[in-house]
Design a protein. Structure first.
Lengths: 324, 324
């Protein structure tokens, strides 16, 4: 089995080898730009670790892992148009740096390119690999549509929200892990178990993101702290506050949300004061841990040597135990 | 072998069977809407005819043919956003009927769905089928980017234009035919020959479209006659006129193009008068026929019984011999 560091370096090398110095320039430049900025490269790493864990060949998994990274970045480029997002990873988004049309079309090419990298794999796994990417792609779009729907809908329940982040975040993490298992020709049952593991930890990661946005001291992920609060984003924290607040607190919270002239820092401070009164932070941490533990139970059920799971287990443990 | 009518009915039945009554509604409604409007269903038909011609099984080609139709409609939905097109096939485009975000995301789902239908085929052909769709998708995007680039660029040559329509129109027609050959497990050489046939007739069809837009008496394709002239679209006709016009005629043409207040009908009439002076119509017909004949020479070279080609040969002959 390979060390995480080795796999991360391998991904970095392969991404750097990608050549998008092609014509027409306005189609390919945004792709090179997006992939050069980086990000955590979490999904390709999970694919490689999963394949490795099930005894698969790194030569069969490396290209699909790049495919998954390209696919993920395609979804970000399109999401940024829809969300009007000017900044990602501390850099202008493609949609801002160029324009929406360029972002649509460069994204489309990346989607096709992702499939190209999926083909460079174990031929026995090919049908299942493509099927899985199709499934993931469709579910991620459903998640993004729900996310947009919810912007203007009232009465979004916590269940609605969890289902949305399951689709938008969980499914791709789950799919990446499943792809690794499929490439390694694991049993169907094991592939399904690692998928479930990934879906649950993906949900946990998103609740963690919500927490970090409100409670991390410094800017992480290239987002400013409290950005979700400023933009009235319906996060786990806000929806939980809606659920737990009494009539007066709810009206106070809505006032803060819809007041036209309010200093952003003041808004963040006051909303967090409400969260604190309602013990939202601890509730969210509990919810996050509960999804995380549920994920680990699926990992436990996977029918391979315990030793082979420890790399992945330690890695996700480290990710979820960052402080906030 | 099957009659064209039978294959067309088969496509119609399969498209009508597609079920997009799914949630979230705003994601799937535009897909059902787009596919219900119809169009000529040319690409799936070519795929089926090609597979049939090479002795392949209709059960292996029908689903990929639906995949190609879904893929084609995905490209139209995204193109319509980029081109600000309000109407297609006499109906509001998805982007107009809903909005750009919905059109982006519904298009993305259709792209993934197209791949799903590609999987329901002859397993021996699977790798080549997916590879071909990837290639086609990337080239179609390149064509669309050149098309957008050329809107604001001067000095577009006829060669630039032909290359652009080759990518934007020729490659998908060529790819559909090649997919049919691959599914039938034709020789590599025959698959390449039918691809070349398709690329050339695709270019011929686009020049024909340019001609019909200027010279057809009634509205065809749900476009109004002369629409390309009104919008200063750089068609084969206009670029050829740039090439052939003397200094005075060129200045007269540019005046008509950039005059701010001009009655559209008057503009169309006067531009066509210039085309007539330069014999553009006949030049375009010659160019179209030349690409068409080049395509037929590739069909001639295909190494199967002449009898088996006649269905496809007659069909494209009928298409190219519409009057204008």
């Amino acid at each position: 089995m390979y060390s995480i560091k080795y796999l991360q370096d391998k991904i970095k090398t392969e991404v750097e080898k990608l050549d998008f110095d092609l014509k027409p320039r306005l189609l390919y430049e945004p792709i090179a730009y997006t992939l050069s900025i980086g990000g955590k490269r979490l999904r390709p790493l999970l694919l490689l670790m999963s394949c490795d864990m099930f005894g698969g060949d790194l030569n069969d998994s490396i290209n699909p892992s790049i495919g998954v990274e390209i696919f993920h970045n395609f979804t970000l480029i399109h999401d940024d148009i829809m969300d009007n997002a000017p900044i990602r990873r501390n850099k202008p988004t493609v949609y801002k740096k160029w324009n929406a049309n360029i972002a649509i079309l460069s994204g489309d090419v990346m989607f096709a390119k992702a499939y190209d990298y999926m083909l460079l794999t174990n031929p026995n796994a090919l049908l299942n690999v493509i099927k899985t990417l199709n499934y993931v792609a469709i579910k991620v779009c459903e998640g993004q549509q729900y996310d947009m729907d919810y912007e203007t809908e009232d009465n979004i329940s916590i269940d609605d929200y969890i289902n949305m982040i399951r689709l938008k975040t969980g499914v791709l993490i789950a799919g990446s892990l499943k792809l690794g298992a499929l490439i390694a020709e694991s049993s169907e049952k094991n592939a399904e178990l690692i998928y479930q593991f990934g879906e649950k930890i993906g949900i946990a990661f998103q609740i963690q993101d919500d927490l970090l946005d409100a409670y991390s001291v410094n800017s992480k992920f290239g987002k400013s702290t409290g950005g979700d609060i400023v933009s009235n984003k319906k996060t786990f924290l806000l929806l939980k506050a809606f659920e737990l607040a009494d009539k007066n607190t709810l009206s106070e919270l809505k006032d803060l949300m819809y007041k036209l002239k309010i200093d952003p820092e003041e808004k963040v401070q006051k909303v967090i004061a409400i969260y604190d009164k309602l013990d939202i932070k601890m509730t969210a941490i509990k919810e996050m841990k509960s999804y995380f533990d549920e994920g680990l139970r699926y990992l436990d059920m996977i029918d391979i040597k315990e030793d082979n799971k420890s790399n992945l287990r330690n890695f996700v443990n480290d990710l979820i135990n960052r402080e906030y």
